[in-house]
Design a protein around this ligand. Structure first.
Ligand code: FMN
Length: 213
């Protein structure tokens, strides 16, 4: 198994970031940017062919642009890469965004490329796997595959906007979703404004009561 060397005693944790062919490549991009800014993490990037297509379509980002954000980039066809073995220690993997096709592959252990193989390894090693799935509306196959991944220990994390955070820009919404995903991996970050409880609980009821009068 070939792979990047890591010095003995190195404290960097490894996180695999896969970008597949759903719209929403900004989520993968922001995860990589955040981990680089924080430091202490070694990122391993895999971009599927459709993932590259979407990064270009969404933001005019090329494979080269994406690679610059990661410490190591693996070819999606390289099923012999270090991350395709459980003996190569990683902290986990996030697929951001995750297409319904990759979701199906993960749900059924169909490891035909490095994204689905690396995810399969993460599940068999009982490490943390997060899928930022993106599709709407969802058919029964999508829903069943999400259940199956959840039953295997994976975490389905659709990037659904949280309006309670009073986001002012799309960037704020992206940061919130990314921040919550990084929480799952125990990454310490300041990407989000954390919920502190409702400050003015009465006004909601007053308003509703007024409307129905
Ligand atoms: C511009 C564009 C947008 C797409 N958006 C989605 C999407 O949001 N969700 C999805 O599941 N598939 C989407 N697809 C289809 C996938 O890219 C396609 O199923 C592909 O085979 C996924 O392969 P991958 O999982 O190996 O990346 C999109 C395709 C294109 C070209």
């Amino acid at each position: 198994m070939k792979g990047p060397k890591q010095k003995r005693g190195s404290r960097k944790k490894r996180l695999i970031v896969a970008m597949t062919g759903a719209t929403g490549s900004i989520y993968g991009v922001r995860i990589l940017e955040t981990l680089r800014a924080i430091g202490g993490w070694e990122t391993h990037l895999i971009v599927s062919d459709a993932g590259a297509l979407n990064a270009w379509q969404d933001h005019r980002l090329s494979r080269k642009d994406l690679s610059k954000l990661a410490d190591v980039t693996h070819n999606v066809r390289d099923v012999g890469a270090a991350i395709s073995s459980g003996s190569y220690i990683t902290h986990g993997m996030v697929i951001a965004p995750c297409s319904m096709k990759t979701l199906a592959a993960v749900a059924h252990g169909f490891s035909d490329n490095l994204v689905s193989r690396a995810a399969d390894v993460i599940l068999k090693e009982r490490r943390r796997l997060v899928l930022m799935v993106r599709e709407a509306p969802l058919n029964l196959a999508h829903l069943r595959n999400m259940v199956q991944v959840t039953e295997m220990g994976g975490i389905i994390f659709p990037p659904v906007p949280a309006f309670y955070s009073h986001a002012k820009t799309v960037d704020d919404l992206v940061n919130h979703a990314v921040g919550r995903v990084l929480d799952v991996f125990g990454v310490e970050h300041d990407r989000i404004v954390r919920w502190q409880g409702i400050k003015e609980p009465v006004s909601v009821n007053d308003e509703q009561a007024g409307k129905h009068r």
